[in-house]
Design a protein around this ligand. Structure first.
Ligand SMILES: Cc1cc2nc3c(=O)[nH]c(=O)nc-3n(C[C@H](O)[C@H](O)[C@H](O)COP(=O)(O)O)c2cc1C
Length: 382
């Protein structure tokens, strides 16, 4: 059962919406954001504890989407303006801590609402279907909202992906291909594998590279400023995470400052860093990112670029979903390497390709992650 969304959530001409968001026009006054949770029908139900062989949905949602404050702003997933426009329906199959069926999730109460039976052929595990209530983000960002809504959905998908890995669930399958308006994205998470069910310790335990639950709950966007140049190893790790997670349509680079200001990218060997452009880019990035002056002094800025001006709706959805997904993973990698980090998603006139002398309209900034160092941040706030 689908819940009614506002007209502004339906059938948006995304190519036109993206052109408007990229224009220099500023949004007007804030408008009402509406409710933070859809009006799911029926009574809220607690999510039961999991048996040893089950996928623990209570823990999965606590580590990914649950709000830990009453206002609903503090969550494991980041969100532009902390407006959290993403709504989640859970299609639950066998092997989960809820009986099979379709449910709406309430992240403020950490409860579910039963919406109906699961579709025929639902596989074991859970599929989280993500859609958006555009009004929440439109309330502050106005005509700049649509790229942010798509990026936010990618961040929410990444939060689910990381939570599944932290819990040692089966390998998540992502649907970020952008083909559909609703749901915009989906993450299917199988139950833990047979080895786990037999009580064995190998194979379905979280791998060494998996995040810990504590790490996911501690993730926050560092408040500006973000001083301190990341060490090359840390920058390489962040770029590698982003490039691996970020799909084939995007290119990734990082703007760095002195002593050799320019843009850095991964070399074709996938392991070394190389300069792809010389010159200080961060003040221009600050101007392009809604005039956020602090970006000019960030230690580095990871950038996802692509999505040409004439991209069709599936391409726009795909690139933005994948950019949000990859930046979220890069954010967690950055923290692991002792970096501070803050996503930057609102870009106007940010035609990076044209600025570097290539054909205009082809190579726009889609998303960013400002980076600094913890050490410099501590000195800065001392
Ligand atoms: C898609 C996206 C775009 C964002 N853009 C900006 C931005 O342009 N400037 C900024 O200061 N923070 C930005 N943020 C960070 C949010 O403000 C932050 O995630 C939110 O306040 C919640 O805080 P938290 O990440 O610490 O949970 C963005 C976050 C996301 C997910």
């Amino acid at each position: 059962m689908a819940v009614e969304h506002l007209d502004e959530d339906r059938s948006v001409d995304l190519t036109a919406a993206l052109a408007r968001a990229r224009s220099p026009r500023r949004p007007g006054h804030d408008t009402p954001a509406g409710t933070a949770v859809p009006a799911w029908p029926g009574p809220p139900r607690p999510i039961p504890g999991a048996g040893p062989a089950d996928l623990d949905l209570r823990a999965l949602l606590r580590l990914s989407l649950r709000a830990s404050d009453r206002a609903g702003r503090l969550r494991p997933a980041s969100s532009a303006g902390a407006l959290h426009p993403v709504d989640t329906e859970l299609v639950v199959g066998a092997g989960c801590s809820l009986p099979p069926g379709r449910y709406g999730y309430d992240p403020l109460r950490h409860r579910v609402h039963h919406l109906g039976p699961q579709p025929d052929g639902t596989p074991p595990g859970v599929t989280a279907e993500l859609s958006v209530t555009a009004r929440r983000t439109v309330s502050h960002y106005g005509h700049r909202a649509w790229p942010l809504l798509l990026l936010d959905t990618g961040h929410a998908a990444a939060a689910l992906f990381l939570a599944a890995r932290a819990l040692g669930a089966g390998e998540p399958e992502l649907r970020l291909h952008g083909a559909a308006e609703s749901p915009l994205a989906a993450v299917r998470i199988p139950p833990p594998g047979p080895a786990h069910q037999l009580g064995a310790t190998q194979s379905t335990q979280p791998s060494a590279s998996a995040p810990t639950p504590e790490e996911l709950l501690a993730r926050r966007s560092t408040p500006p400023p973000l001083p301190g140049s990341p060490a090359p190893d840390a920058l390489r790790a962040v770029l590698t995470t982003a490039a691996r997670a970020g799909g084939g349509d995007l290119r990734w680079c990082a703007a760095v400052g002195s002593p050799l200001p320019g843009l850095m990218e991964l070399a074709p060997d996938g392991t070394t860093l190389r300069r792809c452009a010389a010159g200080e880019a961060r003040p221009t990035l600050a101007a392009w990112a809604a005039g956020q002056a602090w970006i000019a002094d960030a230690g580095a800025v990871l950038l996802a670029r692509g999505c040409p001006a004439d991209a069709d709706a599936p391409h726009i959805r795909r690139t933005h979903l994948q950019a949000g997904f990859a930046v979220h993973l890069a954010h967690v990698t950055a923290r692991r390497h002792g970096l501070t980090a803050r996503p930057v998603g609102s870009w106007q006139q940010a035609d990076l390709g044209a600025a570097l002398g290539a054909t205009p309209g082809q190579d726009w900034i889609v998303h960013g992650l400002a980076l600094g160092t913890l050490h410099a941040d501590e000195e800065n706030t001392a």
